[in-house]
Design a protein. Structure first.
Lengths: 286, 305
């Protein structure tokens, strides 16, 4: 005789402990982040974010792999071959595309499908919604802005003749890498979310975001070169956070613009983006 | 503090030149109350005030003992809301969405999964739980919407026109579900509709809104409407034989409205049985049997005029 039993699934009242506001915000952020990366969705949606993550790791994997395989034959100095300061610039286009793919997915469907009515009929406030979405936009971006460089650093520690000595001598680099990764993720994440908050259509959000980042860069670069006004390069939003990160390292070349100016430029874009986000969701009627 | 589920005093709300609510006084003590009114009568605005989504310009409103204007977030933890319009994420499955909403409402992951499973079963979406919402019919979407509104076991669920867009079978099922909420699952219900029958089938009390004002508040089952305890009876067939059969059972019979009979007795307890037996004896068809006096529909129509 089988031990199988039939259970009567009845509606019972939930009597357990509910998590506080932080739990609700984290839940919103977690669900949103996973869905923007393609979780619980078809493989086609997963393909692009996963491919971009792999490409972001590729330089570190190649350099560390070459060193691991051929260290006996060739003396490869990975720090010179792939400096931490240059990593962001090398995968800048990947970061830009990753943000373009993931950030609209965080906001546009909620507006298009009018899910905001449901969110705001719960205990979730508008600021908490925005905070949750910023978290959901920035944390996945850290996978391409921070983790690859951390991975490179870890590889360098492993391959160093004296790993403990390497960590001791390059402790500041770890802080620079972390600060740089967070800055770049915040910049591209906030800008992407701000643009996405202006429309319910994903295609418009992606196009608007790429236009916002790329067109001023072309105009600023051309005018800066033509008019010999280096500060016009500050319109280069696609490179502003990258130069800000580079300015954290010694021997920074800001193409005639100081590291401080690039930093202020990046912060200004982030502040304006956040203001747009808050304004858009404060004005939402439910 | 009021013991009523909802207590409103002098609530007014104005949008530009339009008075959406005017000096609304309301006390909802019943487990299920219907908010009835034509389009634009102020039903949705009143619901949004109750949810704390908009602040009234004047007056105060207490829901479950909490001030809806001052403590909206605390209040919303105990409320469920099913909006009138489509508001579901089309790219998610019903199960994912209900789990997600449970977590947003503060349930831990394991409890959210369990509760989502229970409520989807209760609303009849057990089999379709893993399908994308975009593939659902209107009725299935409405059920998903209802599931997300009750997944956290709210004390009060607010349903804005839950039968909108449903075909007769879907409407019937939805009304049955709504009735179960208050009568079996112990969740107080505030449901808006512009269809009287929907309210009469699911609610214990009705509030009629007209031009932003409460025109009438009354229980659905108002026995002894005219105070006499008499019954209004209408039959098809030999009315004379039916009268005689009722007389033989000690009932007093007089002419009622529109060809009906008013039946009264000293002992009201056995009156319904006597009418039934009289109809059987006279071999007439009984097609109306209700307390005498104006019907719910009559009262509401009068209040709306």
């Amino acid at each position: 005789m089988s031990d199988a039993r039939v259970h009567d699934v009845r509606f019972t009242r939930f009597e357990g402990e509910v998590e506080g506001e932080a739990g609700a915000v984290l839940s919103l952020a977690r669900w949103s982040a996973f869905r923007s990366m393609g979780a619980h969705r078809s493989w086609k949606v997963k393909l692009v974010p996963i491919a971009l993550i792999l490409i972001a790791f590729a330089p570190a994997i190649v350099v560390l792999g070459l060193r691991a395989l051929f260290s006996a034959q060739v003396d490869i100095n990975t720090e010179r071959a792939l400096p931490y300061s240059d990593y962001g610039g090398m995968i800048g286009i990947v970061i830009l595309l990753f943000a373009a793919v993931t950030t609209p997915e965080l906001l546009c469907p909620d507006r298009r499908d009018r899910v905001l009515t449901l969110y705001f009929s719960t205990a979730l406030t508008r600021s908490q919604y925005v905070f949750g979405k910023v978290l959901a936009g920035v944390v996945p971006l850290l996978v391409v802005t921070l983790l690859p460089v951390w991975f490179l650093y870890l590889g360098n520690v492993v391959f160093a003749v004296h790993p403990v000595g390497y960590v001791r001598n390059h402790g500041l680099d770890l802080a620079r890498i972390t600060a740089g990764g967070i800055t770049v993720a915040l910049f591209f994440g906030l800008a992407g979310l701000a643009i996405a908050s202006l429309t319910s259509r994903r295609a418009w959000a992606v196009g608007g975001y790429l236009a916002f980042i790329i067109i001023p860069t072309i105009i600023g670069g051309s005018l800066g070169e033509g008019l010999k006004q280096p500060h016009l390069r500050l319109l280069g939003f696609s490179v502003a956070p990258i130069h800000t990160v580079e300015s954290l390292y010694p021997n920074f070349d800001g193409q005639g613009v100081s590291g401080l100016a690039w930093g202020a430029d990046s912060v200004a874009v982030m502040v304006v983006s956040l203001a747009v986000l808050i304004w858009r969701y404060r004005a939402v009627e439910v | 503090m009021s013991t009523a589920i909802i207590g409103a005093t002098g609530v007014s709300k104005r949008f530009g030149a339009v008075d959406a609510l005017r000096d609304v006084d309301l006390e909802m003590g019943h487990q299920a109350v219907g908010l009835l009114g034509a389009n634009g009568a102020g039903k949705s605005t009143l619901m949004r005030v109750i949810l704390g989504l908009i602040r009234p310009d004047a007056g105060s409103i207490e829901v479950l003992g909490l001030d809806a204007s001052r403590r909206p977030w605390e209040l919303r933890r105990r409320l469920g809301y099913m909006p009138e319009h489509d508001c579901l994420p089309l790219g998610m499955t019903a199960a994912d969405f209900v789990v997600h909403m449970a977590q947003v409402r503060g349930l831990p992951h394991r409890s959210a999964v369990l509760r989502a499973s229970q409520v989807l079963f209760q609303v009849g979406l057990d089999e379709e739980r893993s399908r994308l919402i975009r593939t659902f019919s209107v009725g299935m979407r409405q059920r998903t919407n209802l599931a997300q509104a009750i997944v956290h076991s709210p004390d009060l669920v607010i349903l804005d026109e839950p039968t909108n867009g449903l075909d007769p079978a879907g409407r019937d099922e939805m009304l049955h579900l709504v009735r179960r909420l208050s009568h079996e699952l112990d969740i107080a219900v505030l449901m808006s509709s512009h269809v009287l029958e929907d309210i009469a089938r699911t609610c214990d009390g009705v509030v009629l809104l007209r031009d932003g004002q409460v025109a009438l508040t009354r229980p659905i089952e108002q026995r002894e409407r005219d105070g006499s305890g008499a019954l209004q009876v209408r039959v098809s067939g030999d009315v004379g034989a039916f009268r005689a059969a009722l007389h033989r059972r000690g009932l007093r019979v007089t002419d009622g409205d529109e060809g009906g009979l008013l039946v009264a007795a000293d002992d009201e307890g056995g009156m319904h049985d006597a009418v039934r037996d009289g109809a059987a004896e006279a071999e007439v068809g009984l097609y109306e049997l209700r307390p005498a006096g104006p019907s719910l529909e009559d009262t509401l129509i009068e209040a709306m005029e």
